[in-house]
Write a protein that binds this ligand. Sequence first.
Ligand code: COA
Length: 261
Amino acid sequence: MTPPPTPSPERLERVERMRGYFALQLSLARRMSDLTGEPLGATTLRYTNFHRRFGFGRWTGEAAAGWTVYAEALDAAADAGAQLSLACEMFLRAPDEHGHETGRHAFGCFACEPPKADGSVNIHFLNLDTDAGGGPLAAAKLSRRQAEIAAMVRFLRERFPEVTHIRGRSWLYHLAAYRRVFPPAYVDSRTPYDGPVTLHGNGLWGQTIDSWERVRPDVAQALTAALPGMDPQAPWKVFPLQGLATVAPLSAFETFYGLGA
Ligand SMILES: CC(C)(COP(=O)(O)OP(=O)(O)OC[C@H]1O[C@@H](n2cnc3c(N)ncnc32)[C@H](O)[C@@H]1OP(=O)(O)O)[C@@H](O)C(=O)NCCC(=O)NCCS
């Protein structure tokens, strides 16, 4: 049998930064397990983003074979410390993530899905730009972020002439540093949305970390304080910032970035 690859120094550093993020996600999964009686391996699959973080891709209802082995070990782990060690070990051995999900069109930190039948396009954000100059939302990087969205808009106009609107759904629209990337018509449309919110992706979990993937102590504290009262039917409500939905015509983006409609 081939031994697992030795983790790189970067990976070792990264896992140390991410310990708090893993611990926080496990605490929510444990609470779900207590409330529902489901094994921890099952709640960790559904309510944390570990399936993706450990290199198994987006969970779409069927767990990867490697996950099943991990879930069994997790269910057998003696205590919270052992559960956390297991998560860190899994992450250490996981392959590097390669940016945006397959099937999306990527423009730096942003990506869009293919157009929907109603002419709208959903956009997504991933932090792919943290360095000594700061995180992806630093003021000095605003022109870079705007250039990415402008490139996306140009691409959509040329490649998919049927596109009429851009849509977003994210906690990030609470942040002025994120909103300033977009046209006023788009950010002014932001409104809370109802309905089930999945917790097995980056989505709401993204607000619990900073641009170096270190857990944000204030957010972790707020989330932890909400766990005793968590409704197992609506666990996403323990997150301090809920998702906001946005929409605006493609033409509003063209005007804002000076692309000429
Ligand atoms: C978004 C992200 C880069 C912010 O990280 P950061 O290190 O705080 O970045 P910045 O320092 O550039 O922060 C930008 C601003 O947002 C504020 N902010 C960031 N996260 C916040 C949070 N959870 N709650 C309140 N304010 C927050 C910061 O205080 C800062 O405010 P300022 O401009 O007034 O100083 C980081 O949380 C991240 O990478 N998250 C994962 C990405 C994600 O959520 N993807 C899913 C999208 S649905």
